[in-house]
Design a protein around this ligand. Structure first.
Ligand SMILES: [Zn+2]
Length: 312
């Protein structure tokens, strides 16, 4: 047994291998069987989301998306060059929550409230790539797990306890169903029927793409199943960032001059001029550093996307 890990024996093929001590489930790198570390006999459904987007396709999505960002360098489409790609498999838990609250009134029982939701939760807290919080993993293209995945790509073992996560998730739905029923039948007994289930563990693919543009390195993270860009660094246009810089400078100088002009009539107003200049400095600092680095950043926002793109 190594200091970092614990040796396990696959209950299906008998192969022995080492996993980090903190994992909840272990996946055999030889036959692909997934089992619970503290209960190897318990069957676990393990799914895999298919890669529909290869790294070159992901790179071209990154280029065109970069060029559409405000202030971005348009020539990124023709001048950026692909540096490297890495495929990450992020472990997720899939749940289906289905709760009903029945009104029991002695002779006549009736349906008082219910809640139905499907949930996907990342099975690790720390992700090696930048993923937005609350990212909705699309449920298309699910298949059973293949063992070659864990050998050839960056494959993360799930760490969180799926049962604890489940209890936490269900709470909101249970409260919703119960309060609906309390309104529907304030004087009856309410019985909760919980038909929720833990669907299983899945691994979801993301590309980390690295590209270069005029000797600078940029990174992006792309959903390898549906092509959504979840994180992006892109080159800012020299012209646009220079314009912004000049604008802020001009504003700051004008404000100081007005302050100074007033100061000739009123000596205390000189302080006003300095104060005006200072109030501009955060904006000045931001445009100056954007100008020097010339690197813009974009992170997928699940809330915004849900409003604008309801049919992802
Ligand atoms: Zn095995």
């Amino acid at each position: 047994m190594s200091a970092a890990g614990v040796n396990v024996k696959c209950p299906y093929c008998g192969a022995e291998y080492s996993v980090p001590r903190s994992v909840t489930y272990a996946t055999c790198p030889y036959c692909g069987t997934t089992f619970k570390l503290n209960n190897p006999g318990e069957k676990v459904d393990h799914y895999l989301f298919k890669v529909f987007i290869d790294d070159q396709r992901a790179f071209s999505l990154v280029k065109s998306f970069s060029s559409q960002q405000v202030g971005a360098e348009k020539s990124v489409v023709s001048e950026a060059s692909f540096t490297s790609s890495k495929l990450f498999y992020i472990p997720i838990y899939l749940y289906e929550v289905k709760v009903k609250a029945l009104c029991r009134d002695g002779s006549s029982d009736f349906h008082g409230g219910e809640s139905y939701n499907q949930y996907v939760v990342a099975a690790v807290d720390e992700l090696p790539i930048t993923l937005p919080r609350g990212y909705g993993f699309p449920a298309r293209g699910r298949e059973y797990f293949k063992p070659s995945i864990s050998r050839n790509y960056v494959y993360l073992q799930p760490l969180k306890d799926p049962t604890a996560v489940f209890e936490e998730l269900k709470r909101g739905d249970i409260n919703e169903a119960l309060s609906e029923a309390r309104e529907a039948c304030p004087s009856s007994n309410i019985e909760l029927v919980d038909e929720s289930r833990y669907v299983g563990l899945a691994h979801y693919p993301f590309w980390e793409i690295e590209y270069s543009y005029r000797n600078e390195v940029f990174k992006a993270v792309v959903d390898a199943s549906d092509g959504t860009i979840v994180y992006l660094e892109y080159p800012l246009s020299m012209k646009n960032s220079f314009k912004a810089l000049v604008g802020v400078f001009t504003g700051a100088i004008t404000a100081s001059l007005i302050g100074a002009m007033i100061a000739t009539q009123n000596s205390t107003a000189l302080i006003g001029g300095i104060a005006s200049f200072i109030t501009f400095t955060p904006a000045l600092y931001i445009s100056l550093s954007a100008f020097l680095k010339r690197k813009g950043r974009y992170t997928y926002n699940p809330k915004e996307e849900a409003e604008f793109l309801p049919t992802r």
